[in-house]
Design a binder for this molecule. Structure first.
Ligand code: ARG
Length: 465
């Protein structure tokens, strides 16, 4: 059969046409292969709409009841994967409506009174995204809880803190985990904000201008759990800001996860050896028997690219679109679904894997020792002895060069050796040159001291509820 053969499939808008749709056009315009994912939301919207129409006397109670029964059966068919999806019926809406009429007869044809697929799809997508945001926020919180536990477990574990990926100052592992927690806390706030703006009901905007039936938009909004009906019908059917906002929030969240992923990849390498991931989250090599690869972390890092692509796709889709609904908007589903899946899966992966990692405390401590990480503490000590900070900086720089040449840490030099660089140094200097002394000294809000980590972990737990 030629690609352009006319089709004879059942369609719900045939009235004004004199020839059947070109087969290619039918395929080109069909969306059911991806928007079937909105079937349950579509039914939920239809139920609210039918109830409202009956309350307003537009449908009889008997018609409403038949419609509700029919929709309930269709929901069952979908859940049990018995529903006869048809590409000829174009999209999720027409598939369900057609099936309804097939099952219940005349009453089914009345369901579409006072609405359009334009307000219907806008409602479906908002319902879908609201659930998705709730699920993603739940995974976020689960991951955050895991990080807080890990932070408490490793509150005293000293590791190098880095700038420019060079050892800078000692920090505690728990402190580092709480830095990750903070990134996610901002993500959680952004998602909550996105949810609030998306939770408005477009149903009743109909095709673009509203409808002449005596509808009750407050009632359908309430029934569907929305905070309010949207205020402008033209905007209601064309607005996809919520999808863009979600993709922006998901992109940033995945950027955060990708930064964590990168650190995990580094830390699990032989060169760092700071942490070990559980075997069940790693993969081997088909050729190198010794390998244990952090593929899950790498995939999470890769998922960030997806969300960013989805965001750019949606921004570009909307750019330049005139009011009100345009069919371009059908192209919003796949990137949105993709971003939802990427965000949720990446969070699930980390919520499971990260709290299960084991820290090699000795390796972490040795790495902090190797990089003269207490040099700043020596400078601060000299300042307390009355040396100006710039002079102290110079003195310590020379001491570090000496220690580096001798292949020893500052704390391993003798008192006489350190005194070569400044007469202001006494034997109490060794207290500040130890790693534990250095971290314990940073005991203020946001500091790396174990006591602060514990306090911040406690506050985080409370915030998570
Ligand atoms: N499948 C369409 C979408 O995803 C539903 C709305 C179709 N409306 C229309 N006037 N063709 O946007």
């Amino acid at each position: 059969m030629s690609d352009h053969e006319p089709t004879s499939g059942p369609q719900l808008w045939r009235g004004r046409f004199t020839e059947p749709t070109d087969a290619f056009v039918e395929r080109f315009s069909a969306s059911v292969q991806f928007d079937a994912r909105l079937a349950l939301e579509d039914i939920q919207g239809s139920e609210a709409h039918a109830r409202m129409l009956a309350d307003r006397g537009v449908l009889t109670e008997a018609e409403r009841d038949r419609i509700l029964e029919g929709l309930a059966e269709i929901r069952q068919e979908i859940l049990e994967e018995r529903f006869p999806w048809s590409a000829q019926l174009e999209d999720v809406h027409m598939n369900i409506e057609h099936r309804l009429t097939e099952r219940i007869g005349e009453a089914g044809k009345k369901l579409h009174t006072g609405r359009s697929r334009n307000d219907q799809i806008a409602t479906d997508v908002r319902l879908f995204l609201r659930d998705a945001v709730d699920a993603i926020s739940g995974e976020l919180v689960r991951f955050q809880r895991g990080l807080v536990e890990l932070a408490e477990r490793e509150a005293e574990t000293v590791m190098p803190g880095f700038t420019h990926l060079q050892v800078a100052q000692p920090v505690t592992f728990g402190h580092h985990m709480l830095a990750w927690y903070e990134m996610l806390e901002r993500d959680r706030e952004r998602l909550a904000d996105c949810r609030q703006r998306l939770n408005q009901c477009p149903l009743g905007a109909a095709a673009l201008a509203g409808t002449s039936y005596p509808i009750d938009r407050e009632a359908t909004a309430r029934a569907l759990g929305f905070d309010a009906p949207t205020r402008n019908s033209l905007d209601s059917v064309s607005d996809r800001d919520f999808a863009i906002e979600f993709c922006a929030d998901a992109s940033l969240m995945l950027v955060h996860l990708s930064r964590m992923a990168e650190e995990l990849v580094l830390w699990t390498s032989q060169q760092f050896g700071f942490v070990e991931l559980p075997d069940r989250f790693c993969t081997g090599s088909s050729i190198m028997p010794q390998k244990k690869n952090p593929d899950v972390a790498e995939l999470v890092r890769g998922k960030a690219a997806r969300a960013q692509g989805d965001l750019v796709q949606l921004l570009t889709l909307m750019k330049g679109q005139p009011l009100a609904y345009n069919r371009d908007n059908q192209e919003d589903k796949e990137p949105l679904f993709d971003a939802v899946d990427a965000a949720r899966d990446a969070l699930t992966a980390f919520a499971e894997m990260v709290p299960a990692l084991t820290v090699d405390r000795e390796r972490c401590r040795d790495a902090a020792r190797a990089g003269f990480a207490t040099a700043t503490d020596l400078a601060d000590y000299l300042v307390r002895q009355g040396v100006a900070f710039r002079d102290a900086h110079e003195v310590v720089g020379r001491a570090v060069r000496y220690a580096a040449e001798a292949d020893r840490d500052l704390a391993e030099l003798t008192l006489a050796e350190v005194q070569q660089f400044s007469a202001a140094i006494g034997d109490d200097v060794f207290a500040v040159l130890t790693l534990d002394g250095a971290v314990a000294a940073r005991d203020h809000i946001g500091g790396t001291a174990p006591a602060q980590v514990r306090a911040q972990a406690r506050a985080a737990r409370e915030r998570l509820g």
